[in-house]
Ligand binder design. Sequence first.
Ligand code: PGA
Length: 253
Amino acid sequence: MRKKIVAGNWKMNKNAAEAEELMIQLLEYKKQHNTLCEVWIAPPSLYLMMAKDLFKNNEIGVFSQDMSAQDSGAYTGEISADMLKSIDADGSLIGHSERRQYHQENDKSCAVKIKKALGKGLTPVYCNGETLDQRKGGQHLDVVKTQTETALFDLSAEEIKKVVIAYEPVWAIGTGETASPEQAQEIHAHIRKIIAEKYGEEVADEISILYGGSVKPDNAKEIFSQPDIDGGLIGGAALKVEDFSKIIEGFNA
Ligand code: PGA
């Protein structure tokens, strides 16, 4: 059975005191509830060690929002896979659409980062998805296919099994507009089929594919009930424990 996951992407939100408060609230929630999915957070990298200190028994997975394609050296502002591993982080988001939009990230750089992450035993959460123009132009299936192949198809079967994919249509991120459960399911099944064609059904069946883009307490359950949707990558609604916990409970309901 593949993993069910609800992951919170905090983006560039919260000062240190606020971050600590939310982490403590999440930990309390996690201790008091028998969640039917794994719970992960991707706070700003400044707070990753704080998260590791608080989640002593790995109650909540700790991910960075990005990591470097380089091993080490003169790359101001970057953090490496080795640094993440050295604080026992669980993995990193890779290729989030905001990194693509503002930091020239592309599928080729994602491919390098994914390899580096796996090489250090970190879980890459590879984010992809089409823009509004691509969806309107009917190119969404092709776009996601190219993204998936370019970023992942240099991996071995053993490697790709360790990747988590987050399908996040760009037009649904932070806009309040969500893909319908059927629209999301269509792409998730499509991604799984593309992987199955290259690596076989068994491998494709093991890969968790999360949906991201305006997941909220009131739509999580329906989205998560789709057969190829294994959870969510949550932005805005991950910033309050009340909302995030209700989304986690989308799996209990
Ligand atoms: P959103 O963000 O839930 O605020 O739309 C999702 C994401 O960017 O990962």
